[in-house]
Ligand binder design. Structure first.
Ligand SMILES: [Zn+2]
Length: 141
């Protein structure tokens, strides 16, 4: 799955055009090797060669750096985004200390905003909010 392949000849794909100075559709004219192709900007018709990022060099380095600097933040934000997408249409229950919440429930907190119950315990819930995971008391009679 990590192997990258070139877009097929005659197909267009979106990449940066230096001449237009913006991302443009480029038509693949020919493959010049397994990782390089001749492409043409559909707008200014400038021709250039395109090469796939070499596995194990630039791409890998960039990825490793990203993981190192933003591992915690991105995994948390990623999970929040995922839940937010999955439950985009579910109704958020307004958080109230007297209510009992369940795993995966979507809640709306007056202070922290929309959150998702990651784990529900008898007396408290761990809720994933956009910025952080919070432990809230619930089921308080
Ligand atoms: Zn162009």
């Amino acid at each position: 799955m990590s192997e990258l392949t070139l877009p097929p000849v005659a197909k267009s794909f979106y990449t940066f055009c230096k001449k237009c100075d913006i991302d443009r559709y480029h038509k693949v004219l020919a493959h010049t090797s397994e990782t390089t192709a001749k492409i043409e900007c559909e707008v200014c018709h400038s021709r250039k060669s395109f090469s796939l990022p070499k596995p194990g060099s630039e791409a890998r380095k960039a990825k490793a750096a990203t993981v190192k600097t933003a591992a915690r933040k991105s995994s948390h934000t990623g999970e929040y985004e995922l839940r937010n997408q999955k439950q985009a249409h579910s109704e958020a229950v307004t958080f109230n200390i007297k209510l009992q919440f369940k795993d995966n429930q979507k809640i709306s907190h007056p202070k922290f905003g929309i959150g998702f119950v990651q784990k529900a315990h008898d007396d408290k819930i761990e809720v994933i909010f956009a910025d952080e995971i919070k432990s809230l008391v619930h089921n308080r009679v």
